[in-house]
Design a protein around this ligand. Structure first.
Ligand SMILES: N[C@@H](CCC(=O)N[C@@H](CS)C(=O)NCC(=O)O)C(=O)O
Length: 282
């Protein structure tokens, strides 16, 4: 396991936001992530929530713009905010658009040879980071996962694929059915090729249809004034699938009137999400 290099530490709400850098074996590059450790972590390991960010984000957006630390501190919870793609690697086409390549890893393990060496954000988040954070005062047996947009897709799909690993899941404005929207089709066709069976392995709606396990409640919030609601997020398809499967009592999908896709929306409802996770992590 690689070691963590502390790059910065800032006291906030009685705890600390710490930025770490490390060599990633999954992504074959140097990565950074932020952790909020509440003051309770000085005494004993604390439960944690992963937050997976959306397109164009780094490890900083959520930490700097969501205001989540106030609520996490109240509950004595750690927050773990990773980056959204490998960094510092140069692959032709990785910087041509904001919705693909750098800043847009889509939380999958690429199979196309061009991308497969570095684009392994699924294994990075679900396998490598859980090992790395064992070096921190975090109780690895009590973790949950949440995310926004592309990161909402990541949180829900990783949860459905590894439900025993996470106590709970939630999402803001998730890309719920990436197989059937332009962002997802662009990413999946490039990273995974044209085998739709592989696409289904990373599609929340498809994973939900075949999900056999026991799962706790999932909270999803989306704004009705989100520019991406109709074309990209496909929340209606998720709601329909939830209804068809008779899982409406487990999947709570809330349409928040007038809110958009931004961190102004996330910061308004982030306390609800932290409380949702706290109820399962305590
Ligand atoms: N192309 C636009 C839209 C991208 C966008 O809305 N990204 C969302 C996630 S899908 C985000 O969180 N942006 C960063 C931020 O608001 O801090 C941009 O570059 O800002």
């Amino acid at each position: 396991m690689s070691s963590l290099t502390k790059l910065s530490s800032n006291k906030t709400f009685g705890g600390h936001v710490i930025k770490y850098e490390h060599a990633s074996t999954e992504l074959d590059c140097t990565m950074k992530f932020n952790v909020f450790l509440p003051k309770e972590a000085d005494q004993s390991p604390v439960p944690a929530i992963y937050f997976l960010s959306g397109l164009t984000c780094t490890e900083d957006n959520f930490i700097q713009k969501s205001g989540a630390m106030a609520e996490a501190a109240k509950h004595g919870l750690a927050l773990i905010a990773p980056d959204t793609s490998p960094r510092g690697v140069s692959i032709e086409g990785d910087s041509d658009s904001w919705d693909f390549g750098t800043g847009a890893g889509f939380y999958l393990d690429a199979t196309d040879p061009k991308w497969a060496k570095h684009y392994r954000m699924y294994s990075y988040v679900s396998k490598e980071l859980p090992e790395l954070i064992k070096q921190l005062p975090i109780d690895a047996t009590r973790v949950s996962i949440m995310g926004h947009s592309m990161g909402g897709h990541g949180a829900l799909s990783i949860f459905l694929k590894n439900s025993a690993q996470y106590k709970s899941a939630s999402a803001f404005s998730p890309i719920a059915n990436p197989m059937n929207c332009p962002w997802g089709q662009k990413a999946f066709s490039n990273y995974l090729g044209d085998n739709k069976d592989e696409w289904e392995q990373y599609d929340t709606v498809e994973l939900l249809k075949s999900f056999q396990g026991q799962h706790n409640h999932v909270l999803v919030d989306v704004g009705t004034s989100d520019n991406f609601l109709q074309g990209e997020l496909k929340i209606d398809t998720l709601q329909q699938t939830v209804d068809d499967l008779g899982r409406a009592d487990q999947w709570k999908i809330r349409y928040q009137e007038g809110y958009d896709h931004s961190y102004f929306f996330i910061s308004t409802f982030v306390a609800d999400h932290i409380q949702h996770h706290a109820s399962y992590l305590k």
